[in-house]
Design a protein around this ligand. Structure first.
Ligand SMILES: Nc1nc2c(c(=O)[nH]1)N=C([C@H](O)[C@H](O)COP(=O)(O)OP(=O)(O)OP(=O)(O)O)CN2
Ligand SMILES: [Zn+2]
Length: 118
């Protein structure tokens, strides 16, 4: 069984490795959406794969580091593409949430990166 919890945050960023003529070379912002997908058996007593409250608690400190920040200033996010943000979140969340199976980072409702540890 898979469950998903979604979060949103607002942040600024620029992409330092695109051409200077690329619009994303300039500082700009996004309303990001993060989806954490957890995979595991349904506990026969609780009926949960994992308690959404525990997922929220595990992710809260990272969300705090991302929300209303300039992503380029965050250690490990000097090139804050959606791909790198997804890996950054995975690396810091997987040790806390063993059933984590996928991290999705949406820059817009129509464009996102998905990371499953591979
Ligand atoms: N593979 C990736 N490609 C791009 C990424 C990325 O993270 N991974 N990021 C960007 C920029 O962040 C850029 O800001 C995204 O552009 P945006 O204007 O948000 O999206 P659209 O161009 O689709 O929106 P419009 O409303 O059409 O301007 C670029 N590429
Ligand atoms: Zn952008």
């Amino acid at each position: 069984m898979r469950i998903t919890q979604a979060f949103t945050f607002e942040a600024a960023h620029r992409l330092p490795h695109v051409k200077q003529t690329h619009k994303c070379f300039r500082m700009h912002g996004h309303s990001y959406r993060v989806e954490l997908v957890l995979d595991g058996p349904v506990d026969p007593v609780t009926g949960f794969v994992a308690d959404f409250f525990d997922v929220e608690a595990a992710f809260a400190p990272l969300l705090d580091r991302l929300d209303h920040h300039c992503l380029n200033d965050i250690e490990g996010l000097d090139n804050p593409t959606a791909e790198h943000i997804a890996i950054w979140i995975w690396t810091r969340t997987k040790p806390l949430l063993a059933p984590l199976a996928v991290v999705r980072v949406f820059e817009t409702p129509l464009s996102w990166a998905e990371y499953d540890g591979r």
